[in-house]
Design a binder for this molecule. Sequence first.
Ligand code: GDP
Ligand code: MG
Length: 170
Amino acid sequence: YSEEDSGDDYLFKIVLLGDSGVGKSNLLARFARNEFYSNSKSTIGVEFQTQKMEINGKEVKAQIWDTAGQERFRAVTSAYYRGAVGALVVYDISRRQTFDSVGRWLHELHITILVGNKKDLKDAREVSTAEGKSLAESETLFFTETSALDSSNVNAAFQTIVKEIYDILS
Ligand code: GDP
Ligand code: MG
């Protein structure tokens, strides 16, 4: 990459992965538009959203891809993954089943952050923070817990993955 460039060179494709209903679309809505949909359907799904970010004083564009509900049918295609350098693999801390299926979303080509979403649902928690951390360590993934509802750690999760990609590729 050339130092003189405006920063347009830095465009990273990042994919959102994880079972249906874990909050992928809402994490993206919160991050890109500061919006939340309490009753979201696949209709809010956009193909991807490009978000400008600043990393080490440079402008970086993260092109974040969301599924339009294909994950429900395990029908996420290779086109979805193609060219992606990073992934957020999301589970719902209040639904253990979504944590149990994390393995099938892991894709070794990606720099991945494991995201335990819906941390606001304290009384319904089925997966402890320690379990999430431990899985992330064993798979060498970054880890965080987020809430798209109350915004906690959402920006930080995207920032972490984009920063790591930047450090590796720049
Ligand atoms: P997706 O299928 O993974 O894209 O999940 P959605 O973003 O469509 O979210 C599924 C449901 O979970 C919706 O009813 C959301 O309002 C809800 N949801 C998403 N994120 C959170 C969160 O952080 N906390 C809570 N309490 N609900 C959430
Ligand atoms: Mg969705």
